[in-house]
Design a protein around this ligand. Structure first.
Ligand code: ADP
Ligand code: ASP
Ligand code: MG
Length: 814
């Protein structure tokens, strides 16, 4: 004899019912089959809604009823198309009964738990009717039996307790005489010892199947659902979750108790005593192995077997200095809750015993507060304890595994993983059995927590980075292309998986929480929603994804002003925009502090030397205990390009134009030529070396003429370059006559920085600096005479994009 239970989705459409029938048909060729069915998916909720509307005197309960009727009629018509009035007729009669019940509720304006159970029982009655009739119609040897005739409970409506002695007898007796190969039983519903319809609690069809399986001592119990087993965590929340092959009964109980809806918690108990294994199988993929729950010592290497969560939690805290001395304090507290029939999901007691904190369903919170405040009225009046504190919108996230107790450090890992992602933990508890460790967190953080914990405990191998890029001009475009090309390599070689979740230019923005396809990203972006900086930020905040990185590829001050907001949400910031780091020292310092406080890296390697690892090297020197003495550098790729190409046979104006055209200058070339850009860079190096400095502290002797400096617009500026050609030719002639090259040099020495054009003699490391290259020489305590030199391409879209990319990977490696 086999017992199979099919859930709501499995019987949710004619197509799925056909799959159920073919599974049953297959089983019935080998043995007799008992099949427990749920209501059609979503019907129990719809029945409850119709009941609530009727009770509130809202006539739309009729529309809700029509919807319910229509769903069933359609399924039946799809299953038995040619036929035939008698089955449709019977269905209509049942639906009429339901309609009268709803009309009654409407009339009397009331719905008791008893009536509610009667109402929802229609769900399972209708589904079992449709399935049994279809099977009979197809010539299968099948009958339907109403479980209400078998399962006896007390009168605790909506979650009745089973009276096993009577129930087992009924089941054994009935099946000892049943002749058919297949019996269909409605799940979830039962009858009280007073003859009233009762139900076993939401999700209770699983339990019905377990009761039957245990009463008949069958070999296995199979729970067929819409997923391929019990997963490492809810697969609807974490894409990377996967089915757990083997679980012990205890693990399955803990997982379901802490929210893994796939199995109704009481289901395990009846079969556990008899050692009957439970298989969880997927109706839509019957060949998948699923999960086996048994006593076998099957264990994979992982001590943590699964992660579950329960939402809608309220945390209640009772505290007060007088608590220590109050005898039987906990006893009184929990007795009060028991009297109110309030289920305590979670308890922690502070070691000081000055407070006790426990989690309950949010719907019980008001009732609990009133009852407890009453129980301790005396102590509260005497100010020995405070009135109970209630916090809401919380969730419990729990790690589960039998073997966790023999592995140290799991809770530490759990909390540091949550902490690193800025998920605040309100309370923690470890079950006495050490089969679970649970943490109470804000409900808004649940998805992030499940994903991070899953990554930490089950996918140690790959780390997912979620990226938001703003500014997809020259450099940004290359960055997206590089990500597109490198994605596979990164995943395979560096175990970093990159998802671009948001993209924006100044006009439009697009998002996809599971990662944008980068195939036609440009045309996709062009049809995106209207871009706003605030909107972009809000979206990144609301997705609340782990390892989020905001990448600023603009030169826009307004964008840089939002870094603090990103960091405060633990979103890392990677910027090639120099404005923030060269802004007022207070602002720079605050961003660095926020980065530390919220554990969100703030990286800006490309601020100096484009893709060259200048800042990273400097940081590493300092982190390893070195100290910067002075810095000498050529930091402007654009100015180096200009002075390398300018001579007696070229025009200064033309060379600058060319540099701009090739993308080596800032959008406004004056920022480069005035020396401001270089000043910003040396400022950043000075700050990163540990010096408090502002842009105004940097000596900047310009090589430009007054007319150049005073020009209003970029076009005017170019005109002044033409007008003042002689001035530039003089600079060149002087350098040549001294056997020197013109280089725009930045230096930092003894806490002072300056920038300016210099004549560099032959033999100096700067003399032969080619093209748009940069060079930086760090003189430090460790490198006092022979400086640490970093030299290479210091401008250009491709190298800058790869510098940004390197920062992104640095975030990934943190
Ligand atoms: P049925 O209607 O078949 O009884 P349920 O909706 O009650 O199905 O349970 C199956 C659902 O449980 C899955 O679709 C999934 O969303 C949810 N679920 C939550 N946690 C888990 C988990 N750890 N493993 C599998 N499913 C889970
Ligand atoms: N139909 C019931 C519910 O939705 C029982 C079940 O599906 O297990 O809760
Ligand atoms: Mg279920």
């Amino acid at each position: 004899m086999n017992v199979l239970k099919f859930g709501g989705t499995s019987v949710g459409s004619a197509k799925n019912i056909n799959s159920v029938i073919s599974i049953l048909e297959n089983y019935s060729t080998k043995d007799t089959v008992i099949c427990v069915v749920s209501a059609v998916g979503g019907i129990t909720d719809k029945l409850l809604k119709a009941g609530a509307l009727a009770q509130q005197k809202d006539t739309s309960y009729q529309a809700q009823f029509n919807l319910i009727a229509d769903i069933h009629q359609r399924i039946l018509a799809d299953l038995i198309p040619s036929e035939n009035t008698s089955k449709a007729q019977h269905l209509s009669e049942k639906l009429e009964e339901l309609k009268s019940l709803l009309d009654g509720i409407f009339l009397i304006n009331e719905i008791s738990p008893k009536t509610s159970d009667k109402l929802v029982s229609f769900g399972e009655l209708l589904s079992s009717f449709i399935i049994a009739k279809t099977m009979q119609h197809r010539g299968l040897d099948c009958q339907r039996k109403n479980s209400q005739d078998l399962i006896v409970t007390n009168s605790n409506f909506t979650k009745a307790e089973v009276i096993f002695e009577q129930t087992n007898k009924n089941i054994q007796h009935y099946f000892s005489e049943a002749k058919q190969r297949i019996t269909i039983l409605p799940g979830f519903i039962a009858k009280s010892d007073h003859g009233d319809i009762t139900t076993l609690g939401r999700g209770g069809s699983d339990f019905t199947a377990a009761i039957v399986a245990a009463a008949l001592k069958v070999k296995t119990l199979e729970i067929w659902t819409d997923v391929s087993g019990m997963y490492t965590t809810n697969p609807k929340m974490v894409k990377q979750a996967f089915p757990i092959k083997h679980l012990s009964y205890q693990e399955a109980m803990e997982l379901s108790h802490f929210g893994a809806k796939v199995l109704y918690p009481p289901t395990v108990q009846p079969v556990l005593n008899l050692n009957i294994p439970i298989f969880i199988k997927n109706t839509l993929d019957p060949d998948a192995f699923g999960t086996k729950i048994s006593n076998d010592a099957h264990q994979n290497g992982n001590a943590v077997k699964g992660i579950s969560n329960i939402n809608n939690i309220s945390l209640l805290t009772l505290q007060g200095n007088g608590m220590v001395g109050i005898p039987g304090f906990s006893k009184r507290l929990f007795e009060t809750l028991a009297q109110e029939k309030i289920n305590v999901i979670f308890i922690t007691q502070a070691s000081s015993e000055h407070s006790i904190c426990f989690g309950i369903d949010i719907n019980d919170a008001d009732q609990a507060k009133q009852a407890i405040d009453l129980t301790f009225e005396n102590e509260i009046t005497l100010k020995k304890i405070d009135p109970i504190i209630v916090e809401t919108n919380l969730s419990i996230v729990a790690l589960i595994g039998d073997k966790m107790k023999s592995h140290q450090g799991i809770s530490g890992k759990m909390f540091s993983t949550l902490g690193k992602n800025n998920i605040n933990i309100r309370a923690i508890a470890q079950g006495a059995s050490e089969k679970n460790i649970s943490a109470v967190i804000a409900e808004k953080d649940v998805k992030k927590a499940l994903n991070t914990l899953h990554e930490r405990f089950f996918e140690v191998k790959t780390k997912q980075l979620n990226i938001y890029i703003t500014g997809v001009g020259n450099v940004g475009e290359r960055l997206v292309e590089q990500i597109k090309q490198q994605r596979k390599y990164l995943k395979e070689q560096l175990k970093i998986s990159i998802k671009v979740v948001g993209l924006s230019n100044s006009r439009t923005m697009v998002f996809n929480e599971s990662g944008l396809s980068l195939k036609d990203w440009k045309s996709h972006l062009a049809t995106g929603e209207k871009a706003t900086l605030q909107g972009f930020l809000e979206r990144a905040q609301s997705y609340n994804l782990r390892n989020s990185i905001f990448v600023d590829v603009t030169a826009n001050e307004a964008v840089s002003k939002l870094y603090a907001a990103y960091l405060k949400h633990s979103i890392a910031v990677v910027a090639c925009n120099k404005i923030a780091c060269s802004s007022d020292f207070k602002n720079y310092n605050e961003l660095k502090q926020l980065s530390r406080q919220y554990n969100a890296p703030f990286l800006f390697e490309t601020n100096v030397g484009a893709g060259l690892p200048v800042i990273d090297t400097l940081n590493n020197l300092i982190a390893s205990g070195d100290k910067v003495v002075s810095i000498q550098a050529v930091l402007s790729g654009s100015l180096n390009f200009v002075f390398n190409n300018f001579n007696e046979s070229t025009k200064f104006h033309d060379v600058v134009k060319q540099a701009q055209k090739e993308g080596y200058t800032e959008p406004d070339p004056r920022i480069d030529l005035s020396g401001i850009d270089v000043a910003r860079k040396i400022l950043i190096l000075a700050r990163e070396s540990g010096t408090e400095m502002n842009l105004s502290d940097i000596e900047n002797v310009s090589f430009l003429t007054k007319a150049n400096l005073n020009s209003d617009q970029v076009d005017d500026f170019y005109q002044t370059l033409i007008d003042d050609e002689a001035h530039f030719q003089n600079l060149y002639a002087s350098a040549t006559s001294n056997n020197c090259q013109l280089k725009y040099v930045a230096s930092f020495n003894e806490g002072k920085a300056k920038v300016g054009l210099q004549e560099i003699p032959e033999g100096h490391p700067f003399y032969n600096l080619e093209g748009k290259d940069n060079i930086v020489m760090f003189y430090t305590k460790r490198y006092p005479e022979q400086p640490m030199i970093i030299k290479g391409a210091g401008a250009g879209a491709d190298v800058t994009a790869s510098g940004l990319f390197a920062d992104i990977i640095r975030v990934g490696n943190k």
